[in-house]
Design a protein around this ligand. Structure first.
Ligand code: C2E
Ligand code: MG
Ligand code: MG
Length: 762
């Protein structure tokens, strides 16, 4: 339902917000993953580079010690460095020049067992022993350790690296307490340097060692060849030593804290940063994709929302259109039924729901005579009147055509009558139709829930029954439903079903009431009157069943049957005219003139022998089709009689508009005419008009001699009535025709002497 639309809109907004949130979250998550992957790849690489460099530092220390052992653990070296046999040339050659040239040691010192320096070689040159003394204070931890005077207590290096040197000392027999060595990263001359210090021992001739051994110390500065070598090995070509950490984020740094705890500079290099591709290319691209996806979804959501809004509007329009009447703008039948259902569901037990049906009387005439535009205009005016006269709480609808309906919820028992009164008042003032102000009336039927029904179907059917009652009772009235009406309807329904059955199974018959000529006192015609005897033997008056047949649409077939049978019977009485009644329904529904023509051809009856009787009902709502049918029937040579003359609204007007061969004065004017001056005057006038227009005038319902005499005197040309003949079966007519034989013609002037009983069947 359209009423749910705001809820649906809110649901959609919530869904869009949810999807939008999910898209944003997924986007953010994706970017975080890329960023983290990039950052962690960089971090892992940097960590690895740092570890490799640290490892190179350890290796370098181990290497220096290993290089030192190549000379220090050598028998001649022990002799040459012993204070007693110190060989200056040997030491300079094998220690100074060899370590400097072969291994690139920056500084080489030898200390005597008492700690005194005995040799100093710096940057490839022999130096004074003062240099060694000065250095000793900086590297005392190592020198003292090697001399066995304490020292060391420096940061430990991974022991696995020193396996070789440990083995070398272990292989020297009885080295014992003299197996002293240590290698560390130290701060020397305000810069980091690898320092290795160890005792000089004889690996083969133990006897050479007479007391504590001398000590060899090598210093190799981190700057220079070490850095170049490590840079080459680790593929870090720009590895360098700097004093302070560089601010450049592209550079990896490693603080060089020496093993004696001094911060002595930083190693810096351009780190590989394998995650950089992710961070500088993939991440921005990812961000772009996420932003684009966000924009695209926002655009799509907007489109979706717009499409949804458009759809909702269109749905609402369609809903409105499907439930409203285009001409009046009022709700239509569908909407009325929905609203009635809703009210029936929601109305409390102390309330009633009134349903009023309103039908504009003779709307068809207005439509046919004044045009459809006038009809439409009237419908609009009626709609406006109803809305104007009824309170806003009433639900007014148009069912189409000239039918309207009103719904009212009320607690007032008398509201049915009150509603009828308001509706009648709404029609009290004339309506503007074309240029005229015209009085328009309406028939109204009211039913009330729960009294007259609790379902939509019951209420609508009962309101319709009440409306039908109003129409049946002469229109321009309101009727409140009572169960008796429904009873009548169901009886009518039963009659309808039986009548259909009777027609199909040929259980209908025609009676013929003779019509007597006043001139000849002779039966010169018969009127065919439909007879129906029900299965239970009871007979139903055509006055009762013909209106039902008309209503349920049976009249065309029933009428056709009558025409056919009457013309068939007419062959039996070649001297008589046969009158056949025609109903308005026959004019509306079939091509009557062809039907009549075909029947007269089929039975070989000359048109001049057949009179068709129509009532004002045919002329009342006469359409162009009715008029042309009437014209065609007359043109073929059939006669037309205006039946029940005087009972309608504008009998005289029809006489001026149409041509008839005959008028039949209604029996209500004929019965008791001998006693009623009023009837006499009217009948007299009718006869005079009829004769004046050259028509035959028939007096219907002549029931006694006195009345017969009067109508004869008045100049009626024919009589019909129980006083003469009742309607009779066809074979009785055969008898009458035979018995009468050639009847002597009464001169018209001797009408007073006419005794209609003469003409009665014996
Ligand atoms: P109507 O055409 O005016 O027929 C005359 C009615 O008056 C007949 O009633 C007839 O029996 C009755 N009648 C004749 N003389 C007298 C009389 O002296 N006193 C009284 N009280 N009544 C008399 P019926 O047969 O009951 O028919 C009633 C109406 O039903 C007819 O009135 C006619 O309008 C209609 N009708 C009958 N048969 C047909 C038919 O085949 N087609 C159509 N369309 N209408 C028919
Ligand atoms: Mg008749
Ligand atoms: Mg009549």
């Amino acid at each position: 339902m359209i009423a749910d639309d705001p809820q649906r809109k809110e649901k959609l907004s919530r869904l869009i917000a949810l999807i939008g949130g999910i898209v944003a979250l997924v986007g953010a998550f994706l970017l975080c993953v890329i960023a983290f992957a990039g950052w962690s790849a960089n971090f892992a690489s940097l960590t690895q580079e740092r570890q490799l460099i640290e490892n190179q530092i350890d290796q370098q220390i181990a290497r220096i010690l290993s290089e030192q052992t190549s000379i220090a653990l050598w028998d001649p070296a022990v002799v040459a460095t012993s204070p007693d046999t110190f060989d200056d040339g040997f030491v300079e050659r094998e220690f100074g020049i060899f370590f400097s040239d072969t291994y690139g040691h920056d500084e080489v010192f030898v200390f005597a067992p008492d700690g005194r320096p005995t040799f100093a070689f710096v940057n490839g040159e022999r130096r004074s022993l003062d240099v060694a003394t000065a250095r000793r204070s900086e590297i005392s931890a190592i020198v003292d350790h090697a001399l066995g005077d304490g020292g060391e207590r420096l940061k430990e290096r991974p022991s696995a690296l020193f396996e070789d040197i440990r083995n070398a000392y272990a292989n020297i027999e009885n080295a014992g307490e003299y197996s002293r060595w240590s290698g560390h990263l130290m701060n020397v001359d305000s810069q980091p340097a690898f320092v290795g210090g160890l005792t000089i021992l004889p690996p083969t001739d133990r006897s050479l060692l007479n007391g504590p051994p001398s000590v060899l110390v090598s210093i190799n500065y981190v700057r220079g060849s070490f850095i170049d070598g490590v840079g080459e090995v680790l593929l870090l070509p720009d590895l360098r030593l700097v004093d302070s950490p560089p601010g450049d984020s592209r550079l990896g740094t490693l603080p060089l804290v020496t093993d004696d705890g001094v911060m002595s500079g930083y190693l810096a290099w351009t780190t590989r940063r394998p995650g950089q591709m992710l961070l500088t290319t993939i991440l921005p691209l990812g961000a772009l994709v996420v932003v684009l996806a966000g924009l695209l979804s926002a655009f799509m959501f907007q489109r979706l929302r717009r499409a949804h809004d458009e759809l909702s509007t269109r749905e609402a329009d369609a809903w409105r259109q499907a439930r409203s009447d285009a001409l009046s703008g009022l709700p239509n039948r569908t909407h009325f039924i929905e609203e009635l259902g809703r009210r029936l569901e929601t109305t409390s037990s102390s309330q009633s729901v009134l349903v009023a049906y309103i039908d504009i009387d003779r709307f068809k005439v207005i439509n046919d005579t004044m045009g459809h535009e006038a009809g439409d205009h009237l419908v609009r005016q009626v709609s406006e009147r109803l809305t104007e006269f009824l309170p806003g709480s009433d639900f007014v609808a148009r069912f189409g055509g000239d039918e309207f309906a009103v719904l009212r919820s009320t607690r007032d028992d008398k509201d049915g009558d009150k509603l009828s009164d308001v509706l009648k008042r709404a029609f009290a003032d004339p309506f503007q139709i074309s240029v005229h102000k015209t009085q328009v009336t309406a028939s109204i039927g009211v039913a009330s829930a729960p009294r007259d029904g609790t379902t939509i179907e019951q209420l609508m059917r009962n309101a319709d029954i009440a409306l039908y009652e109003s129409k049946n009772n002469g229109r321009d009235r309101a009727t409140v439903f009572v169960p008796r009406m429904a009873q009548r309807i169901s009886e009518r329904r039963a009659i309808e079903l039986e009548l259909r059955d009777a027609l199909e199974n040929d259980r209908l018959a025609l009676a013929y009431q003779p019509i007597v000529s006043s001139e000849s006192s002779e039966v010169d015609g018969v009127e065919a009157l439909l007879r129906w005897t029900r299965d239970d033997g009871s007979s139903v008056s055509p006055a009762d069943f013909i209106p039902i047949a008309e209503e349920v649409g049976m009249m065309p077939s029933l009428g056709a049957w009558v025409i056919d049978r009457a013309l068939e019977d007419a062959r039996r009485w070649p001297d008589l005219k046969v009158s056949v009644n025609l109903s308005p329904a026959q004019f509306n529904n079939v091509d009557l003139s062809h039907q009549i023509h075909d029947a007269s051809q089929a039975w070989g009856i000359h048109p001049s022998r057949v009179v068709f009787e129509i009532t004002e009902g045919v002329l009342l709502d006469a359409s162009a089709q009715t008029r042309s049918t009437l014209g065609a029937i007359r043109e073929m040579g059939f006669e037309i009689a205006l039946d029940d003359f005087g009972t309608g609204f504008s009998s005289l007007q029809y006489l001026s508009e149409y041509e008839f061969d005959k008028i039949k004065i209604d029996r209500s004017f004929v019965q008791g005419i001998s006693k009623s001056r009023r009837s006499l005057t009217i009948a007299q006038a009718v006869v005079s008009i009829g004769r004046g227009l050259g028509m035959n005038v028939v007096a219907e319902g002549v029931e006694n001699q006195a009345d017969a005499a009067v109508v004869q005197l008045l100049g009626c040309t024919q009589f019909q009535g129980f006083h003469l003949y009742r309607p009779l079966a066809a074979d009785r007519i055969d008898v009458i025709v035979k018995a009468l034989g050639p009847v002597s013609h009464l001169p018209a002037r001797q009408a007073a002497a006419f005794d209609p009983r003469r003409a009665k069947a014996s």
